[in-house]
Design a protein around this ligand. Structure first.
Ligand code: ZN
Length: 435
């Protein structure tokens, strides 16, 4: 049995969770019908009124909302409370089109921070811990969410934000950080730097909570080894609140969704049909307690699988796999779906560091893909012939994984720009104007 932040909620019976979800969904649908004209119109179009929603079993009657709806309604179209009752906005880091701007009441912030507190406690956090938050602060939800969760648990919170790696490591050693929160790519980079400086013995870290970008099991093992910690996954998105929508427990076989606040469904992304638990589909979330930005049946584009198998941690909330792919990140190269996570798996299996970049281009109306991979210092001293042989080996392994030819270029250590926030893995030049 594990540690819980809110044991009576986290280990509630399935009947109790069903009851909470039903009551809260009914109230939420009334709330949006009365306060968000966008939802009222959508429900009228779908031929339903709040009276049609009598329990969580009626959820499927409600229409979906998509990222396009959020763009169309930017900035105030989905607001559920007067601005005078809102206390915060957070925003996505999207660079194309309009950003998503999400609003929060104080109640929304409290719930979000409680969700993050559950994740920290599940990772072993207590008031005796020093929680080192190296997610970006500001509009990005990572810093704010884990910072708030850390306060709720009572940890000594270090609001480091991202960047300035020297200072990060100095605080980590001088102040004895025990829990690290950041993106997995930055955790890998910190681990690499700490190893190079020979400081591993001076680090007191025991656990890390990593999210906001896709990472593989191979990368988890790499980070765990380099930092000497247990690495926990956390999932969330700004549209739904931020990190803490779901989080990993000690069993590390999926992330428990905070079902007292969010209802999760998986759907067939083509037909919208709701899939049974256990089938792979697009994750759809409904916020049942959020006031200011209450998204209902929001299509995430993340592909995942849900599970209600009993968990050894004692939590009863449904688990989701880490996103198995994200249609936003998915590249279509030569007509084939390519996920960066597939390429990463190949690289990690072959012993390469997680520093790579995928460059896609179009030459003579045909797609090309090149994967630039950093060598380790050891490989760098190999002969040119050895390096060519290594490239050939990676080309073959990538072809087996992706089904297409990808050029591989091994580059010198430290030549690919290091990420201090979200890693830039893909450079797609196909849409650039070529004069
Ligand atoms: Zn569990």
């Amino acid at each position: 049995m594990g540690n819980y932040y809110q044991p009576e909620i986290e280990t509630a019976s399935r009947e109790q969770i069903h009851q909470w979800q039903s009551e809260r969904l009914i109230n939420q649908v009334k709330h949006v019908w009365e306060n968000v004209p966008f939802y009222k119109n959508k429900m009228i179009e779908a031929g339903i009124t709040p009276d049609d929603i009598k329990s969580v079993d009626d959820l499927h009657k409600l229409p979906f909302i998509t990222k396009d709806d959020l763009k169309d309604q930017y900035p105030y179209g989905l607001l559920g409370k007067p601005l005078s009752e809102c206390v915060r906005i957070q925003s996505t880091s999207g660079t194309t089109g309009k950003r998503v701007v999400a609003f929060y009441t104080q109640h929304d912030i409290d719930i979000w921070e409680e969700c993050c507190a559950r994740a920290i406690v599940a990772a072993g956090g207590t008031k005796d811990d020093v929680c080192h938050v190296s997610y970006g602060y500001g509009l990005f939800t990572g810093g704010a969410g884990l910072n708030g969760g850390s306060h709720k648990v009572g940890c000594l919170t270090l609001p480091m934000s991202s960047g300035n790696t020297e200072r990060q490591i100095q605080f980590m050693t001088d102040l004895g950080s025990t829990i690290l929160c950041c993106t997995p790519s930055y955790a890998a980079y910190l681990g690499e730097t700490i190893q190079e400086k020979g400081l591993k013995d001076k680090i007191k870290l025991k656990a890390g909570i990593f999210g906001a970008e896709a990472w593989t099991e191979e990368m988890r093992h790499d980070i765990e080894e380099k930092l000497g910690i247990k690495a926990y996954d956390i999932y969330g998105l700004t549209e739904i609140s931020g990190p803490g929508v779901s989080f990993e427990c000690s069993e590390q076989t999926g992330m428990h969704v905070n079902e007292d606040h969010f209802i999760v469904e998986t759907i067939n992304p083509k037909t919208g049909e709701v899939l049974p638990i256990g089938e792979k589909g697009e994750l759809v979330f409904t916020c049942i307690t959020k006031e200011a930005f209450p998204l209902i049946r929001y299509r995430t584009r993340d592909i995942g699988i849900l599970s209600l198998e009993p968990c050894s941690c004692g939590r009863t909330h449904v688990k989701m796999t880490k996103p198995l792919g994200r249609s936003d990140d998915m590249l279509i190269v030569k007509g084939v779906n390519v996920f960066p996570s597939q390429i990463e798996t190949v690289l990690m299996n072959k012993g390469y560091p997680a520093n790579y970049q995928i460059i896609v281009d179009r030459v003579n109306n045909s797609d090309t893909i090149e994967v630039q991979v950093e060598m380790t210092a050891e490989m760098f001293s190999d002969s040119v012939g050895d390096i060519s042989a290594k490239e050939k080996e990676l080309v073959d392994a990538l072809k087996a994984m992706l089904g297409i030819y990808a050029k591989v270029k091994l580059v010198s250590p430290k030549t690919i720009a290091r990420s201090e926030g979200k890693a830039v893995r893909i450079i797609d030049n196909r849409n650039l104007y070529k004069g």
